[in-house]
Design a protein around this ligand. Structure first.
Ligand code: ZN
Length: 126
């Protein structure tokens, strides 16, 4: 496990943004807003660097997860501009379900069916 930065970038941004908020709408409200956005960032694991995000995504795709979780991890990858590459083949690109079944391989085309929305994908092999 990598130890997180003492002052991650997003926290610095929030801290510099705070005085601006204080001027605009009373100090009390600004402090509350700052705390809320900080807690949100912690909850949704936004306070981390790209390497940590890549590790999280790598670990995530080793197991089975729900559609909602796959959607969240896809958004996370997009926000950090991380390419999913072959991991894209582990979930349905229509409904994000990981419940896929291989239907067969013909002429170097692998057919995979999503068990949730019955959509069939074709991957080229070799
Ligand atoms: Zn699907």
């Amino acid at each position: 496990m990598v130890t997180p930065d003492p002052i991650p970038n997003s926290e610095v941004k929030l801290a510099t943004f705070m005085p601006v908020l204080a001027q605009k709408q009373g100090t009390h409200e600004a402090v509350l807003l700052f705390l809320l956005s900080f807690i949100n960032a912690k909850l949704f694991n936004l306070v981390m660097n790209k390497k940590e995000a890549e590790e999280l995504i790598d670990k995530f795709f080793r197991g089975k997860h729900s559609k909602e979780e796959v959607g969240k991890i896809k958004n996370l990858a997009m926000s950090y501009q991380i390419k999913l590459g072959n991991k894209r083949k582990l979930f349905c690109n229509r409904c994000y379900s990981m419940n896929l079944q291989v239907k067969g391989i013909k002429n170097n085309i692998k057919r995979v069916e999503c068990k949730d929305c019955m959509h069939i994908f074709r991957w080229k092999v070799n």
